[in-house]
Design a binder for this molecule. Structure first.
Ligand code: NAP
Length: 231
């Protein structure tokens, strides 16, 4: 039986992944961080989708045990922070290391230990790479490498900008998405379709559909999938 575990289930993409899994009738567990201030809101939200909320602490043994006990076969890791969030939550500037790198690494290793996980889908970002510019993309690349080294069967997804109706306002992201799409469609009209397809934005729902499709496709094991295939 297929059973899914979504880490970062309270995020923009994570929520859409949970909804997509339920639409396909897949038994799903939404992981909410144990220190969440909005646990009851999330319990209500996910309860409405017949999704159980799990608050296992971010500890390797505890997570491996949870995955094993629940018979989880698919893990989706949609975790990440932003500079704005770091500031708002009074987090240190090294939070990319503590969140974007350390948590996916921990979860991938726990998934390998659990032994029941047939696919670990890691939501990375377009631009991640060994020579990436900037701390965010450098930590994303290190997280990708940790997933690859963990021993769990994985698929890594690198989307471009994710647009749609967020709870939290991110005007610069929405503006960047619109501006880039406008410029890229112009380039596409002049024949630069590869560039257009690589960098144009996607939505939370289109991305969630692609992530679940990749998780269920045996051919995608061990692959790093770029934006144009996540539309
Ligand atoms: N947004 C984009 O345009 C874009 C483009 C390319 C790639 N990506 C990547 O895709 C990922 C998901 O994006 P998104 O827009 O869906 O993100 P999001 O809405 O900001 O969601 C982030 C998730 O990570 C969790 N999280 C953050 N800090 C945490 C911590 N310290 N401990 C435990 N959980 C924590 C959040 O939980 P809480 O709700 O409890 O805070 C939330 O569930 C990001 O990591 C990003 O790097 C995003």
């Amino acid at each position: 039986m297929t059973a899914a575990f979504v880490a970062g289930a309270t995020g923009f993409t994570g929520k859409a992944v949970v909804a997509e899994l339920r639409q396909r009738g897949i038994q799903t567990v939404a992981h909410v961080r144990p220190d969440s201030r909005e646990l009851s809101r999330w319990q209500e939200h996910f309860g409405g989708l017949a999704v159980e909320v799990d608050t296992t602490p971010w500890q390797a043994d505890a997570l491996a045990d949870t995955l094993q006990r629940r018979g989880v076969t698919l893990v989706f890791c949609c975790i990440g922070t932003t500079r704005t969030r770091m500031k708002a939550q009074g987090q240190a500037q090294n939070s990319y290391e503590a969140v974007d790198y350390a948590l996916p690494k921990l979860l991938a290793e726990a998934s390998a230990t659990a032994g029941c996980v047939t696919r670990f889908v890691y939501l990375s970002s377009l631009g991640a790479g060994p020579r990436a510019q900037g701390a965010y993309l450098q930590w994303r690349w290190k997280a990708e490498e940790a997933v690859r080294a963990s021993g769990v069967p994985f698929t890594i997804a690198r989307p471009s900008i994710i647009t749609g109706q967020r709870d939290e306002a991110r005007p610069s992201e929405a503006f960047a998405g619109k501006a880039a799409d406008g410029f890229l469609s112009l380039l596409g009209a002049f024949g630069a379709t590869t560039l257009r397809d690589r960098y144009r934005s996607t939505t939370d729902t289109r991305l969630a559909n692609a992530l679940v499709r990749l998780a269920l496709d045996p051919v995608q094991a061990g692959q790093t999938v770029l934006s144009e295939h996540l539309q």
